[in-house]
Design a protein around this ligand. Structure first.
Ligand code: AMP
Length: 407
């Protein structure tokens, strides 16, 4: 079985073609600057890498270019696009209706469209990608895999905000959560590595990349999560503030900023970038924080310290609400690679019984999975590289094989 996974952003399409027999990636690529005269396709297979200037004025033409190269006699990996058995589409917002991945039909399309307000930057291009791929392969099942679906099990006490009830009832204001495919993938993988059935595993999964989120998982199900109605809530991120007093927004509006300026400030110039004034990249900040004599070193160090502090604070609160804790899981660019940040997190979890194994921490990089705490540590901290595309491919295969609608 071959499954194509597509992730459409406003000006890009990422894709991976999987052979599901051994869950192997046959081809992967990125079409960037869709809608711009300088659109470019980066396509790679086991046989080589290709960089091509292409004409992709919209998602529909972009998707056709991708299907064409997949079946190209020289650069492709399949003889015909009809070898593709299903297409899995990443969709950011499924709202309350979508509690699982789901085969795309008119109702699902209406739900994705109905959530444009909640995810104005993501759902419209996600839907454009679905429609473009369905145009090329109308007789193949298409599956929407929602970033929010894994978080749909959050109980009311975790997902409601204490605001007037009609904000929820009339305006859908609640916590939805994001990064669902990543949290689900690492939660399942953690259960496997721990040798426990997934539905009896209690975890705190931390996706620490440019976007950061954390999920409390009880018996394999998400019971709390750090992102909110939008991805802005929760942890400190590359350029997003995470939690701030909502009155700060009103105060800054009163100081003369427009709503758009406050939105841009909180989403694009806050977080590690806002605190350091230099970079949203953890590598830059770690390097800078150790530069003697550099006047920016103290701010960079503070950004790292606050990043870790917020994570530890969330872990503490999730520890308190979970029925038990089998492991803390770190993933995403920082979780998978940043040895010093991981060391800081584990050191600050000493009161919960975590003891760092420095050698393990140093070795568990470059896509390796493993425990970074010492044997006998009362709390285990694991690094598990995420694989959202594979999770989408697996979900697509599962949904194609089932007959029950998932909404
Ligand atoms: P992601 O969004 O998951 O691709 O993660 C991207 C972020 O991971 C970057 O912004 C970096 O801050 C961080 N990152 C990647 N590699 C490293 C590393 N070796 N050390 C520290 N941070 C890293």
């Amino acid at each position: 079985m071959k499954i194509l996974v597509a992730n459409c952003g406003s000006s890009s399409i990422k894709y991976q073609l999987f052979s599901m027999t051994a869950e192997r990636v046959l081809a992967r690529g990125l079409l960037e600057r869709v809608g711009d005269p300088s659109a470019r396709l980066h396509h790679s297979t086991d046989a080589g890498r290709h960089e091509l200037d292409v004409y992709a004025p919209d998602h529909s033409s972009g998707m056709k270019i991708i299907f064409r190269i997949l079946a190209d006699p020289e650069k492709g990996v399949i003889k015909s696009i009809y070898e593709i058995n299903g297409v899995g589409h990443r969709v950011v917002h499924g709202g309350e209706a979508m509690i699982d991945s789901c085969r795309v039909d008119n109702r699902v399309i209406a739900i994705v469209r109905g959530n444009f307000d909640l995810a104005p930057l993501h759902n419209p291009p996600n839907l454009a990608g679905i429609e473009a791929a369905m145009e090329v392969l109308p007789d193949v099942p298409h599956v929407a895999v929602f970033d929010t679906a894994f978080l749909s099990t959050l109980p009311k006490k975790a997902h409601r905000y204490a605001v007037p009830a009609d904000w929820y009832e009339g305006h859908h204001v609640r916590k939805y959560g994001f990064h669902g495919a990543s949290h689900k993938y690492v939660a399942l993988r953690a259960a496997e590595l721990l040798g426990k059935p997934a539905d009896r595993t209690n975890l705190i999964t931390c996706h620490l990349g440019n976007g950061c989120s954390m999920t409390a998982v009880a018996g394999g199900k998400a019971v709390d999560h750090s992102m909110g109605m939008t991805p802005l809530e929760g942890l400190i991120m590359g350029t997003r503030s995470g939690d701030v007093d909502p009155a700060v927004v009103l105060y800054m509006l009163g100081r003369g900023l427009s709503a758009q300026q406050v939105d841009a400030a909180l989403n694009k110039s806050s977080g590690l970038l806002g605190l350091s004034g230099v970079s949203n990249d953890m590598r830059d900040l770690l390097a800078l924080s150790h530069k003697d004599g550099d006047p920016r070193a103290a701010d960079a160090a503070l950004a790292v310290e606050m990043f870790v502090y917020r994570i530890v604070r969330y872990i503490g609160s999730y520890y308190a609400i979970l029925p038990g804790l089998d492991a803390v899981v770190l993933t995403g660019g920082i979780g998978e690679n940043s040895v010093p940040v991981r060391a800081m997190i584990v050191d600050q979890l000493a009161r919960l019984g975590a003891r760092l194994d420095e050698a393990r921490n140093g070795q568990t990089v470059n896509g390796r999975a493993g425990q970074i705490t010492a044997d006998g540590s009362a709390l285990g901290v694991w690094v598990i590289p995420t694989n959202e595309e594979l999770m989408i491919a697996r979900d697509t295969k599962r949904i194609i094989g089932s007959v029950v609608p998932r909404y």
